[in-house]
Design a protein around this ligand. Structure first.
Ligand code: GLU
Length: 482
C-alpha cells in the first residue's frame, strides 16, 4: 500500500516535471497564433483588395513572423474593450493606436513606443476659429475612454465651463465627418488621423493642439509573465535600428504631413470640374500596365490639368514635357492634351524600366516618379549616397532623405551626375501621392476609408467595412451620446 502510494506520488511529480507550465510566449508558439485586438481605422488596420493594411497591421505581421507564428485579429473600436481584451486574456496584445497615458499605465503594460502624435482640436474651416480651450463654444464630442477624455478631465479642473460628450457609437473618422456636416462643432483626434482625412476633406481645420506630444504603443497584460513582452522589446529595438519604423511612417504618412488648404481646395475643385474632360485619355494611355489615376495625379502636379501650360524653362502641356522628351516618345504637338498625356505615359514607362526589377511597389513607383521629375541619373546618385550612409537604396523613405544632399557641393561633387535640386523630387512625389489618394478615393465612390498606400495592384485598392462591436456606456463626467 505504502509502495503504491509512493509510486503514485513519484508519477505525479514526474509528470509535473516533464510538463512544466508553459510561458505566455511558449503557449502562443505552441498554438502557432498570436491574437491581436485592434481597431478598424486608417491609422491602424483596414482591409484592401488583396489583404489588409495599416501601420499596426504591418508591425504586428512583422512581429508575429519574428516569433514564428500566424496572426488572428479581434476588431473592436471601443477603447475600453480593447484594453479589457488584453487584461482578460482574449487577446495577447493590443495594437490599436493606443496613446500611452498615466491612467492607462495603471491598467496595462506598454511596449516601447513606435510613433509620436499630438492631439488636435478640429473645427470646420469657415467657422469661428477657437484658439484655446476657453474659446470653445459649441458641441465638443470625443471618443469615449480615449486619451482625450482623460485630457479633458484634467482641463476641466482649471476650466470649469468646459463641456463635452463622449461616444462609443462612432469612430474618430466618423466624428470628423460630423464636424464637416455640422452635427457637432468640435472633436479631438490624433494628428495622424487628421492628416489622413485632411487629404480628402480640406475643410477639417485645426483650432489648437492639446497638451504635449504623446506616444503610441502596444499594450500587454500587466502580469508576471514577461516572455512575450520581452520579445516585443527586442522586436521594437531591431525595427528602430533597422529603420523599419521610419519606413512605415513614410509609407503611411510621408506624403500627408504637410498640408496646404488652398492647394487642397483647388485640387478638389479641379477633380470635380476638370478631370472628366481628360479622364478618357488618361485611361487610354495607362493601358493595362499603368494606373490612369497615377497619370492624372502626375498631370495635375505638372500642369494643374492645363493643356496650354508653359514654363520659362521650355516644358509644356498637360504633362510638361521638354522638347527632347517629346521627340524621344514620338510626340509632335505638346500642347495637344491627348498627345501630351500619351507622351507622359511613355516617358514614365521608360523611367520605370530603369528601376531595378527587385524593387517592389510602392517604392518602385515613388522612385520612378522622382526619376521622372529630376532624371533617373540623379536618383541613382542619391541611391548611392543612401547606400554609403548605411541606408537602403531600394527604399523610397531612405532615398528621399538623401535627395536634397544633391544640392550641396560637398555631396554632388562626388556624384556621377552632379548638382540637382534634390528637394524638388521629394515635394513632387509627396504631392502626387496626395493627389493620387484623392483621385482613387473619388474613383471608388467615397468608400468609408481610403487606401493610403499604393499596393501591388493599385487598381484594386478597396477597403472593406469590418464589423466592430460598439456599445454605449455611462460616464459620470460627461454625457454619452447614442
Ligand atoms: N490614440 C487615441 C487613444 O488612444 C485614440 C484615437 C485615435 O487613434 O483615433 O485614446
Amino acid at each position: 500500500m505504502a509502495r503504491a502510494a509512493l509510486l503514485l506520488v513519484s508519477l505525479f511529480v514526474l509528470s509535473n516535471c516533464s510538463e512544466p507550465r508553459l510561458s505566455h510566449l511558449e503557449q502562443i508558439q505552441k498554438k502557432g497564433v498570436l491574437t491581436v485586438v485592434t481597431r478598424n481605422s486608417p491609422t491602424t488596420y483596414y482591409e484592401i483588395a488583396d489583404g489588409f493594411a495599416g501601420l499596426e497591421y504591418d508591425l504586428v505581421e512583422a512581429f508575429a513572423k519574428s516569433i514564428g507564428v500566424k496572426t488572428e485579429y479581434i476588431v473592436n473600436d471601443n477603447l475600453k474593450e480593447v484594453i479589457d481584451a488584453v487584461n482578460n486574456g482574449d487577446a495577447d496584445i493590443a495594437a490599436a493606436g493606443l496613446t500611452v497615458t498615466a491612467t492607462r499605465k495603471q491598467l496595462i503594460r506598454f511596449a516601447p513606443s513606435y510613433q509620436t502624435i499630438t492631439s488636435k482640436l478640429v473645427f470646420k474651416q469657415g467657422k469661428k476659429w477657437p484658439r484655446n480651450i476657453s474659446q470653445l463654444s459649441g458641441d465638443l464630442r470625443v471618443l469615449a475612454h480615449s486619451s482625450y477624455s482623460q485630457a479633458l478631465l484634467e482641463l476641466k479642473e482649471t476650466h470649469q465651463n468646459l463641456h463635452w460628450s463622449e461616444t462609443t457609437e462612432h469612430t474618430a473618422e466618423e466624428l470628423l465627418m460630423m464636424v464637416l456636416d455640422e452635427t457637432i462643432d468640435y472633436t479631438i483626434v490624433d494628428s495622424t488621423e487628421l492628416s489622413l482625412n485632411r487629404r480628402f476633406h480640406p475643410e477639417l481645420a485645426v483650432g489648437f493642439t492639446i497638451g504635449e506630444p504623446q506616444n503610441l504603443a502596444w499594450a500587454f497584460a500587466p502580469n508576471d509573465d514577461y516572455s512575450l513582452f520581452g520579445k516585443a522589446i527586442e522586436f521594437f529595438g531591431q525595427q528602430k535600428s533597422q529603420g523599419q519604423i521610419a519606413n512605415l511612417d513614410e509609407k503611411y504618412y510621408g506624403h500627408v504631413e504637410k498640408f496646404d488648404y488652398v492647394g487642397a481646395r483647388r485640387f478638389h475643385q479641379a477633380t470635380d470640374s476638370e478631370l472628366d474632360a481628360y479622364k478618357e485619355w488618361f485611361v487610354e494611355s495607362a493601358n493595362q500596365d499603368l494606373d490612369w489615376r497615377l497619370l492624372a495625379a502626375i498631370s495635375y502636379q505638372e500642369s494643374h490639368w492645363n493643356p496650354k501650360a508653359k514654363s520659362p524653362t521650355g516644358v509644356r502641356g498637360m504633362m510638361m514635357l521638354t522638347l527632347r522628351t517629346a521627340k524621344q516618345v514620338g510626340i509632335s504637338n505638346r500642347l495637344d492634351p491627348e498627345q501630351s498625356i500619351s507622351g507622359g505615359a511613355k516617358y514614365l514607362r521608360k523611367v520605370m524600366a530603369r528601376v531595378p526589377k527587385r524593387i517592389q511597389n510602392p517604392d518602385r513607383t515613388w522612385l520612378a516618379l522622382a526619376g521622372y521629375n529630376v532624371g533617373w541619373g540623379h536618383v541613382e546618385d542619391a541611391r548611392i549616397i543612401t547606400q554609403q550612409q548605411g541606408g537602403n537604396p531600394d527604399k523610397w523613405a531612405d532615398v528621399k532623405e538623401r535627395l536634397p544632399l544633391l544640392q550641396k557641393s560637398r555631396w554632388y561633387k562626388k556624384t556621377k551626375h552632379g548638382y540637382a535640386r534634390g528637394s524638388e523630387p521629394v515635394h513632387y512625389v509627396d504631392n502626387i501621392r496626395r493627389y493620387y489618394d484623392v483621385i482613387v478615393w473619388q474613383d471608388e465612390e467615397n468608400i468609408s476609408q481610403p487606401p493610403s498606400v499604393i499596393e501591388a495592384d493599385p487598381n484594386d485598392s478597396k477597403v472593406a467595412e469590418l464589423e466592430s462591436s460598439k456599445k454605449t456606456e455611462p460616464n459620470t463626467n460627461s454625457e454619452i451620446v447614442d
